[in-house]
Design a protein around this ligand. Structure first.
Ligand code: PNS
Length: 159
């Protein structure tokens, strides 16, 4: 069985993430959407909230599961018997960081490969931090995130 891991902060998930999830479900037998929990990082949404949003998003796909992890990604991949890490690329500007991440992961475990998937061009400018800023300032984000994420954002910023 070919298992791949799609890791990220997903704080919160966007339609760009959903697009990668949908595409990867066709390429692998099983995809684990792995939500990072890094105690050094400040997230807008708790890991439980991020997992909950993603579980709702992956409902239509029977080969996708959602989990959370902490520690090294390559260790988690080994634990899950996955040899592929999926990362989405929106634009050239993503490449340098992603290249470093992929090389470091390969240095840590040469059995795990990273593959990059191009996000649909409609989402090339959609990133979690921008979506949060627009939502915080009352802008329309309904076509940038799934309905459950919009609900969480509205609730969060109406407090
Ligand atoms: O959505 P993000 O914030 O770009 O995701 C980054 C993520 C979570 C994939 C990356 O920070 C990660 O893999 N963290 C786990 C810790 C780790 O393995 N660090 C070394 C990677 S070079």
């Amino acid at each position: 069985m070919r298992t791949a891991i799609y890791p990220g902060s997903f704080d919160p998930p966007t339609n760009g993430h959903c697009d990668i999830i949908k595409r990867s479900s066709k390429l692998f037998d099983h995809v684990i959407v792995a939500v990072a929990e890094n105690s050094e990082k400040v997230y807008t949404f708790t890991v439980e909230q991020r997992v909950k949003m993603l579980k709702d998003i992956v409902k239509p796909f029977n080969n996708i599961t959602v989990e959370h992890f902490n520690g090294l990604l390559v260790e988690y991949a080994k634990l899950k018997s996955a040899v592929t890490i999926i990362r989405g690329l929106r634009a050239l500007s993503d490449f340098e960081y992603e290249f470093e991440l992929a090389l470091m992961n390969r240095h840590l475990n040469c059995d795990v490969d990273t593959i990059f998937m191009m996000t649909d061009e409609h989402y090339s400018f959609v990133r979690s931090s921008l979506v949060k800023e627009v939502a915080r300032l009352g802008g329309d984000i309904s076509d940038k995130v799934p309905p459950i994420v919009e609900k969480y954002l509205r609730e969060h910023y109406s407090k």
